[in-house]
Write a protein that binds this ligand. Structure first.
Ligand SMILES: [Zn+2]
Ligand SMILES: [Zn+2]
Length: 343
């Protein structure tokens, strides 16, 4: 059996540095109370809290501070981490993707296929697919999915129990992500995109998704070879390297704590974990274990090749391709892994 160190946190948080409703220190305290190992902040077009020295360890919670870039028309949202200054606002998406990469940063396409039903909330999908050097994609964005599901009839129910309405990443985004990974490694991650601002729609005005609730929904699980260092700079590099290497899976905590989920491939002399590749020369067995009973699906190149209900699934083959796992509780998406490459 293989062993790795799992760290669980939340990505894509907005604070009062832009359009969120609590300050970075207040949100950090909520993250600590929730027991999260890391928090990734990405306010719109500002690195204020980074420059105030808030990045790094806060007790047992590591805080990474980047920012959310948009183009001149407020579109093509891109999360940039490990970058010291805000790039010029007139950059095109192709230019900022390239520049973040050139500066050694980490770049994630945010809510790539966002569509929205209510006219008062416009959609901000990603359209610059000819940009080439992004590192990851938000395959599941809580705010987008929630806003897409809302209509005049279900509005009140959606407001009262927002997490119940999350189903799963969209097939379109998953398809794009799978296709990209046939060419090169692009990690898939989750974003809560939490602002927690009061929404006023018709007679209703209330805070949707307070931070406490958001932190118990879409979570990012990083798998590291060694424990996170107590040194801020080393820990930051460990986190960024794990993301770039696709060593992660995402989950919706609403349907159960996914901590302890494992997916790996085993051949006679080697084990490959999520984000790694393994040779198809030998027979390879994919081994999936989930902490709770669910419907487990193993996919190759985006197509389901094996599925079952339970807490584990095994599948042996030698066919090259990109393999990943989806786990469902009923119809609701629970766990989505990154890929293992059979080459
Ligand atoms: Zn955005
Ligand atoms: Zn955002």
């Amino acid at each position: 059996m293989t062993s790795w160190h799992e760290y669980v946190g939340v990505s894509h948080i907005h604070s009062t540095d832009s359009d969120g409703s609590k300050s970075v220190p207040e949100i950090i305290r909520i993250g600590q109370k929730t027991g999260l190992d890391f928090l990734f902040f990405s306010d719109h077009m500002t690195l204020r809290s980074l420059h105030q020295g808030l990045e790094g360890w806060h007790g047992n919670t590591f805080v990474l501070i980047g920012y959310e870039i948009h183009d001149k028309s407020s579109r093509n949202h891109y999360l940039a981490f490990n970058i010291d200054e805000v790039l010029p606002g007139e950059f095109s998406p192709q230019e900022y993707v390239k520049e973040v990469n050139r500066r050694g940063g980490l770049g994630i396409i945010a809510h790539p296929d966002e569509t929205r039903v209510l006219p008062q909330f416009p959609a901000y999908p990603w359209t610059a697919w000819d940009a080439e050097e992004f590192d990851g994609i938000e395959i599941w964005n809580q705010m987008s999915e929630w806003m897409e599901g809302i209509n005049k009839l279900n509005m009140l129910k959606m407001f009262v129990s927002p997490r119940r309405y999350l189903t799963s990443p969209t097939p379109k985004t998953l398809r794009i992500w799978d296709q990209l990974n046939k060419q090169r490694k692009v990690f898939g991650t989750s974003g809560v995109d939490v602002h927690a601002y009061p929404y006023g729609i018709g007679p209703f005005k209330l805070i949707i998704f307070p931070y406490e609730v958001q932190f118990k929904s879409l979570r990012t699980h990083l798998l590291l070879e060694t424990p996170l260092s107590s040194d801020d700079q080393i820990a930051k590099k460990q986190i960024i390297d794990a993301l770039k290497n696709c060593q992660l899976f995402i989950s919706n905590y609403r349907w159960g704590d996914a901590k302890g989920f494992s997916f790996y491939a085993e051949s006679k002399d080697r084990i490959a974990k999520i984000g790694e590749s393994i040779s198809s020369q030998d027979n390879v067995t994919f081994i999936i274990k989930t902490p709770q009973k669910c419907r487990i699906k193993l996919l190759r190149d985006g197509t389901t090749i094996s599925e079952g209900v339970g807490k584990d699934l095994e599948y042996s083959c030698q066919k090259p391709g990109i393999y990943r796992v989806e786990a469902y509780k009923g119809k609701k998406g629970w766990i989505f892994s990154n890929h293992i490459w059979l080459v």
